[in-house]
Design a protein around this ligand. Structure first.
Ligand code: SF4
Length: 634
């Protein structure tokens, strides 16, 4: 069998039929071959020669995770609605498939037409989190494409990237031709239109890049130079020509685009099999550690009837038995009670399961609890106090008193829930060991209340994550905790919860350290990413695959100090690697908010009164065309 495969791999590969025949030979040798064949319900296959633009949407993690990514499916749906565009998909092959592809010299291909990725006009790479960066490089390599933008010309696909992590695009900027910063639904169409006009005119790659740089929200890194001071900090970011935008303002939609209803239904088991509808985008609570809360402003709500219709249509078109509502803070949705009533009707009609994540402790009312109880009976209840003391909760701007928190907990148990999951964060520079010990005490207090009210079957689960100072947040200037200190804090929690029957799970501190490098890196960090990938780094988001040795060695080989990126506190006047990207919230606002955090001063939800964070001034014109009531800035 091996000899036959070898022989076939030597056949010149010029058509997609040949490529697919060769793939079929290796599929029986890998686990879950269904990941690599496509053919899902609702997939769109267009005759290759019938369209002008071929775009491959790429999620750099395995199919099981990427297949249900709502952002990618939305873009797939939007693009395929255009007759002149074929949008296809590709995901990271798992390790066995990667080896098989490499051994047989088969390039990575799309699931629809089974075409090599190099045959496409555009590759749109989704980068929702930083630990996908090495997988992204691996995909370019498996597609037989040069990794660096500078080494690709007009004959290669245009590589564009978007997603939450590209609010700091610099660490991967040498590998990407253009970034879409912010919301991609409208910007991607502009990118394709620009590409079509360029192709018709028959221009050079430089001309294409220059045209793309004119699209609002699009950042073409090769047109901007980054200079450094002797101490390693940034001296300046300079555009190549004066007509280039600086800063690049993120792209947003005045109104949320119609929700997706044609979900791709996989033939193999994947992580999420459900109809998901985003009920609201953005958050005004202002938690100071929360990247998503800061960069996704302003709040835009989807109308209630649109949500319910989309859920029903989605169920009809997929046969799924579960629906999920997405938002950063579902209980803040202004029509949450009518929404839950609508969901209850749906539940009675269709017997589906409902997940409603991200509920805020402060926005609970008895009414909401009553409604929720009938919707998700028997399930667990999740609350995220984040810190064990009122002092720390004021610092991170998630102010809730211990008393109010315990009142909510009691109410949860009284309404019949027996399992509570609590989320906490450790590692903030202002945190003391007493604050950490208080987390364990709070968990035990919750368990005690649960046993008093709900009896012996009460379960409490504490999920502990490590604080990572993220760009575009008020904590962007502070340092990441040392590994020794994080370990000491985890030990305190283990001791504090020993024998208490509270289940505790926690993130690997080294994985958080990697994220702290990648999320706040500058352009030079790209060399470290490249070296780490060459050293073997892949699937860094997977705890069983992540290997810190690859990264440590990469820093040494490149000659950069990892602590410069992680543990160092930044000066308030320092030019940060993402300052030329404007997420809508002004740096001066973040600075004031950071200074307030040092005084333990809180900033209430801005829907009650605007603080002038910058969103309204940055998007004043869009606000004027936003539909009534959808945009929640007062
Ligand atoms: S502009 Fe005002 S209301 Fe809108 S998000 Fe910023 S602070 Fe809140």
């Amino acid at each position: 069998m091996a000899a036959a495969i070898k022989e076939l791999s030597n056949v010149p590969n010029s058509s997609q039929e040949t490529l697919w025949r060769r793939v079929e030979r290796i599929l029986p040798t890998v686990t879950k071959p269904g990941r690599y064949v496509g053919g899902e319900l609702n997939q769109v296959i267009k005759a290759w020669d019938s369209v002008r633009t071929h775009i491959a949407l790429v999620f750099p993690d395995i199919y099981d995770l990427g297949q249900s990514n709502l952002g990618l499916m939305l873009l797939y749906d939007i693009l395929n609605q255009r007759e002149d565009i074929a949008a296809e998909r590709a995901y990271s092959p798992w390790l066995d498939m990667e080896s098989a592809l490499r051994e047989n010299d088969i390039p990575l291909y799309s699931l629809e037409n089974k075409r090599a990725l190099a045959d496409f006009d555009i590759l749109g790479i989704s980068l929702p989190y930083e630990t996908l960066y090495t997988n992204f490089l691996n995909i370019l390599d498996l597609a037989h494409l040069p990794l660096r933008s500078a080494n690709r010309d007009e004959s290669h696909p245009l590589i564009i990237a978007g997603g939450q992590s590209v609010y700091n695009p610099e660490p991967v900027s040498p590998f990407v031709d253009a970034f879409v910063v912010g919301e991609g639904e409208e910007a991607i169409v502009d990118v394709v239109n620009t590409h079509q006009a360029w192709k018709t005119a028959g221009g050079s790659k430089q001309e294409l890049l220059a045209a793309l740089a004119k699209i609002p929200g699009v950042y073409v890194p090769s047109l901007y130079q980054m200079d450094f001071n002797a101490d390693g900090t940034i001296a300046a970011v300079t555009p190549e020509s004066p007509d280039l935008a600086l800063p690049i303002v993120k792209r947003i939609n005045a109104k949320l685009p119609p929700p997706l209803t044609r979900f791709l239904v996989p033939n193999v088991e994947v992580v999420q099999e459900r109809v998901s509808v985003e009920i609201m985008r953005g958050c005004t609570r202002g938690c100071r550690f929360c990247h998503a809360g800061m960069v996704n402003r302003p709040i835009r709500e989807r109308p209630l009837d649109e949500i319910l219709t989309a859920l029903k249509t989605g169920l009809d078109q997929t046969g799924y038995e579960e629906v999920s509502l997405l938002s950063l803070s579902s209980s803040d949705y202004s029509q949450i009670i009518p929404l839950i009533n609508g969901l209850r009707e749906l539940l009675q009609e269709r017997q589906v399961n409902i997940t409603l994540p991200s509920l805020r402790i402060e926005s609970f009312t008895e009414d909401l609890m009553d409604e929720l109880q009938s919707l998700t009976p028997g399930g667990g209840f999740t609350l995220a106090p984040e810190a064990g003391t009122e002092r720390m909760r004021a610092i991170i701007n998630k102010p809730i008193s211990d008393e109010a928190f315990m009142d909510t907990v009691r109410s949860v148990f009284k309404h019949g829930w027996k399992t509570i999951k609590l989320y906490f964060m450790i590692g903030h520079p202002q945190e003391t060991l007493e604050d950490v010990a208080a987390i364990a005490e709070l968990c035990k207090a919750v368990l005690y209340e649960g046993r008093q009210i709900a009896g012996g079957r009460t379960r409490v689960h504490a999920g502990i994550s490590t604080f990572i100072p993220k760009p575009h947040t008020p904590f962007q200037w502070v340092g990441f905790d040392s590994l020794e200190s994080i370990q000491q804090k985890l030990d305190i929690l283990h001791q504090g919860l020993h024998g208490a029957k509270v289940k505790m799970t926690w993130n690997d501190p080294e994985a958080s350290l990697l994220e702290s490098w990648l999320s706040r890196g500058d352009r030079r960090l790209s060399e470290v990413i490249l070296k780490a990938w060459q050293n073997g780094a892949r699937f860094d988001a997977w705890s069983d695959q992540f290997n810190m040795a690859h990264w440590r060695a990469a820093f040494t080989e490149v000659g950069l100090d990892p602590d410069f990126y992680s543990h160092r506190a930044r000066g308030l006047d320092e030019i940060l690697p993402w300052d030329h990207i404007n997420a809508g919230v002004k740096k001066s606002f973040l600075k004031t908010d950071y200074q307030w955090s040092l005084q333990g001063k809180t900033r209430p939800d801005c829907r009650g009164g605007c603080y002038g964070c910058g969103i309204l001034s940055a998007f004043n014109e869009l606000r004027l065309v936003a539909p009534d009531g959808g945009w929640k800035c007062p």
